[in-house]
Design a protein around this ligand. Sequence first.
Ligand code: AP5
Ligand code: MG
Length: 210
Amino acid sequence: MRIVLLGPPGAGKGTMASGLKNVLNIPHISTGDLFRYNISHDTELGKKVKLILSSGDLVPDEITIDMVNERIKKDDSKNGFILDGFPRTINQAEALSNMIKLDYVINLVISEDEIIRRLSGRRVCLSNGHLYHIEFNPPKVDGIDDETGEELIQRDDDKPEAISNRLNVYNLQTLPLIDYYMKKKLIMNVDASLTPSEILSNTVEILKKS
Ligand code: AP5
Ligand code: MG
């Protein structure tokens, strides 16, 4: 099954994908996570995109498309994958349609107030990608990952100016994808204001029925 998770920053794409990948037994491919991995390992790609990510702008299409094209050719993606954060522009969607045939686009629907609450409270473990929220999903020990014992960080782009830039970028460049995929009859809307487990089980139900 080849799935795209669409939705504004902070809608819960990463949270949903970490549950859905176990249910469907296919890999979770997050372009944001791939960029952050390259940044933390100081690769050539990481050096190119570091400032772009911290500002909340989009990485140029060409770089992003090449990275995804390479990633989905890997063996683990043979039976499908969950794409989280890609595509984000019409150009990227067109490029993706030339790479593979998509089965579903799950669109996470959420209000802007809730997005801001989720992003400003998010904390992440850099080594295993675990997601926490200081209020909604706190770690057992404040500021420490439950598994690795490492310190949790706040993403640079979860600071207030970057959040508002990401929302603008989403509205200008990514929102048109809802119409684009609606016309292709691939969109399934999911209410992302519920709890993570409710969202996951609703999504699994929708996928079963279709
Ligand atoms: P990316 O990492 O994809 O960021 P994003 O789209 O802004 O989305 P987020 O990861 O911030 O949110 P999410 O929807 O995954 O929510 P999460 O599950 O973490 O991209 C980062 C940057 O990389 C971009 O700005 C761009 O520069 C670059 N980039 C990436 N892809 C690109 C592309 N295709 N083209 C060009 N550039 C690209 O949840 C958020 C918080 O809420 C967490 O704390 C979580 O615990 C909490 N939470 C989640 N669900 C719930 C719930 N149901 N109830 C309560 N709390 C919840
Ligand atoms: Mg994410």
